[in-house]
Design a protein around this ligand. Structure first.
Ligand SMILES: *Cc1c(COP(=O)(O)O)cnc(C)c1O
Length: 213
């Protein structure tokens, strides 16, 4: 398994469609030793879905690699917000008022400004993360006006097994409606569709690092 050639192939596929799109190498469950070749190669963007794992893996190395950018792509619990604000540059999973409020408090306290994607849930499945489309307007206003968070775009995870294209299109339309330029959509299985439909941040794990155990 050659991580670098996997990565190069994906980057080439992505850049053929959108040269400015960012490939996030999703390193969750993989050790720093396993990720290190890609860091040495010069790749800067990495995704994690658990704060504690990310902290254990990355907190030392980012001190000496200030250009690295860490992306929180998983559910963020409010009791982990302080660590998250210290560690991450991007949060892709902003989806509730309490979380937004806490993020704003720690941004002030730590003098940091992160970049945020609001996670959208088109499913109407209450168990899933994300804001439903009919609550977006109210939520985005709260995040921007009350919490002063830098909202750069929307993120979605289409339901497993469904054709993702309709979801990607809806997310793109939503971003246009709210004049947001960034879209976090597309994973190993569907990133080509996502990039065709306007994604600017794709989140790739297994196609780079191999299957997670
Ligand atoms: C794990 C994960 C990914 C990467 O998935 P792959 O199929 O391995 O590319 C992308 N986005 C989120 C939110 C994830 O949790």
């Amino acid at each position: 398994m050659d991580i670098i050639s996997n990565f190069k192939k994906i980057k080439e596929n992505v850049y053929n469609i959108n040269q400015n799109a960012i490939v996030i190498a999703v390193s969750k469950t993989f050790s720093l030793d396993q990720v290190q070749p890609l860091i040495n190669y010069g790749h800067l963007d990495y995704g994690e879905n658990k704060v504690q794992e990310a902290k254990d893996k990355w907190s030392k190395i980012i001190i000496h690699n200030s250009k690295l950018r860490l992306h929180m792509i998983g559910k963020l619990q409010t009791n982990k917000v302080q660590d998250a604000v210290k560690l991450f540059n991007f949060i892709h999973s902003l989806d509730n008022e309490k979380l937004a409020f806490k993020l704003s408090i720690y941004e002030k306290q730590l003098s940091k400004k992160l970049k945020y994607f609001i996670q959208v849930n088109f499913d109407n499945d209450q168990r899933k993360s994300g804001i439903s489309p009919d609550r977006i307007e109210q939520f985005i206003n709260y995040c921007k006006l009350d919490c002063n968070l830098n909202i750069i775009g929307f993120m979605c995870i289409p339901p497993l097994g469904a054709n993702p294209d309709g979801f990607f299109l809806r997310l793109k339309n939503l971003a246009n409606e709210y004049h947001l330029t960034e879209l976090s959509m597309g994973m190993s299985a569907d990133y080509k569709n996502a990039i065709q439909l306007g994604s600017t941040f794709i989140r790739i794990g297994s196609s780079i690092f191999g299957n997670r155990s």
